[in-house]
Design a binder for this molecule. Structure first.
Ligand code: ACO
Length: 435
């Protein structure tokens, strides 16, 4: 494929046999431009093949910009560093979903709506009771999320703006309750109801760690650190779980079903589940005597499937800007909670060794968002299996914003990739006794 000009061409030409096809170029406001291949199959009989979608833009989007080469991340144009320093999670959620930073009145209304929808239907207690006590909180969260569509049939009205708004508010309000109750179930403690006098992150801490028999004081520094983590996770354009939410949503499944699918996609250790895998790895290193080099070598061995969780990213070929912010927050939280975490010291040594190793340098493998987030979750007191639940709560506004943008776009069609078939050609059925 050649373009008329190497910089800002309006069309690319593709020669197939004797045929030449002009393909329009779609320009973004920043970052990648794209060749629009909409006419390709109709005109040439060819499709594109891009396993893992490394070169495929599935949509245009005005929500999040990230530049992996320069380590830039912005939500609706606002740099992540500024939002992390000055905003709150609910304000960022509003920004992502509704497109602009809210006025004081808009924010108060949104916060009040979310605060007054945090209770989940009482029948759902039986739902938690029915899972085994060793159920993984991600499985419970994904099931509980799609389960909510049973209680709120108005969520089927995906083109009714009022029904969409109340579904959005319910989801943001109730996901922490579902997440905290999945944890209480796992440790056999009574479920703790939300408190409307607490902020969003403080309320999650209260539902996670309070017990009916004694007073629980939320440490404001810890609530602040959790809010920061949620902001940093709030959106990341077309990652695997967001692409899943869009794909499921494109079938016109309701928003609870779409988000539940996103939660399942997030669970995988190559995606959001990496935060749990990082701590697993650090614990294994400590149990093994603390030799970091040995595990770096293991990650480099082409005959070993082990990968250093928390390193590498499909888009970032430089430091993940979120990882930088999280690392300094981890230092603050460890100081505030007085947690003396030997894993933090191992993590820092691991980072040093990996960042100076030719294998990681040449492949541009840097610490990603998950490398230090587990340290903060641990210092707060979350068990490993809850880390990805927290990530899901953070990512929820991004999933919702992406779903809403897709549903409102006239360009949206059902997501349905094609394939290049490489199986057997037609053959006649063989009766079982002749095989
Ligand atoms: N440890 C060791 N080697 C690695 C790692 C790692 N963490 N990540 C990538 N590599 C190597 C690959 O083996 C490959 O080497 P090769 O060229 O010799 O074959 C090369 O680096 C490129 O890696 P790919 O897998 O092709 O990169 P891709 O973009 O497909 O994968 C991914 C990105 C999945 C994040 C990968 O880096 C990884 O598995 N990291 C560990 C899991 C993780 O931390 N995931 C969280 C990502 S952030 C998020 O989702 C929230």
């Amino acid at each position: 494929m050649t373009t008329d000009s190497p910089t800002r061409a309006d069309a690319a030409s593709l020669r197939v046999g004797g045929q030449e096809l002009e393909l329009p170029i779609v320009h973004g406001t920043d970052g990648d431009d794209a060749v629009d291949i909409g006419k390709l199959r109709g005109e040439t009989g060819l499709i594109t093949l891009d396993p893992g979608y490394g070169n495929t833009g599935a949509c245009t989007s005005a929500i999040t910009f990230l530049d992996g080469e320069d380590g830039i991340l912005r939500y609706r144009g606002y740099p992540i560093e500024q939002l992390a320093a000055q905003s709150t999670f609910l304000e960022v959620a509003y920004l992502l979903i509704w497109g602009e930073l809210p006025t004081r009145e808009q924010l108060d209304r949104f916060v009040s709506e979310v605060t007054h929808h945090t209770l989940i239907r009482e029948e759902m207690r039986h739902f938690f009771d029915s899972f085994p006590s060793d159920a993984h909180p991600m499985a419970v969260l994904a099931s509980g999320t799609v389960g909510m569509s049973n209680f709120y049939p108005d969520s089927q009205n995906i083109f009714d703006p009022d029904a969409v708004e109340i579904t959005i508010n319910r989801l943001i309000a109730k996901l922490p309750t579902l997440a905290a109750w999945s944890f209480k179930k796992a440790i056999g403690q009574p479920y703790v109801y939300p408190r409307n006098d607490l902020g969003y992150s403080a309320n999650l801490l209260h539902m996670m760690f309070a017990v009916p028999s004694e007073a629980y004081e939320v440490n404001p520094k810890v609530a602040e650190a959790l809010d920061l983590l949620l902001i940093l996770h709030a959106d990341h354009e077309q990652n695997a779980s967001t692409a899943t939410v869009r794909m499921v949503g494109s079938t016109h499944a309701n928003l609870y079903a779409s988000i539940s699918a996103g939660i399942s996609a997030l669970w995988g250790p190559l995606h959001g589940g990496a935060n749990e895998a990082v701590i697993d790895t650090l614990e294994r290193i400590v149990a093994d005597g603390g030799s970091v080099q040995k595990w770096v070598d293991k990650a480099k061995d082409p005959n070993d499937t082990f990968r250093l969780a928390g390193f590498g990213h499909r888009i970032y070929r430089n430091f993940d800007p979120r990882a930088k912010i999280i690392k300094s927050a981890a230092e603050r939280v460890l100081a505030a909670t007085g947690a003396d975490d030997d894993l933090f010291e191992v993590a820092q040594r691991l980072e040093d060794v990996a960042l100076n190793d030719e294998y990681f340098i040449s492949r541009k493998l840097y610490p990603n968002v998950d490398f230090y987030s587990g340290m903060i979750y641990r210092a707060i007191g979350f068990p490993k299996t809850m880390f990805t639940n927290c990530f899901a709560i953070g990512r929820l506004p991004g999933w919702i914003a992406q779903w809403k943008e897709m549903m409102e776009s006239p360009e949206t069609k059902i997501g349905r990739p094609r394939q290049v078939y490489i199986g057997p050609d037609t053959r006649a059925y063989v009766a079982i006794e002749q095989r």
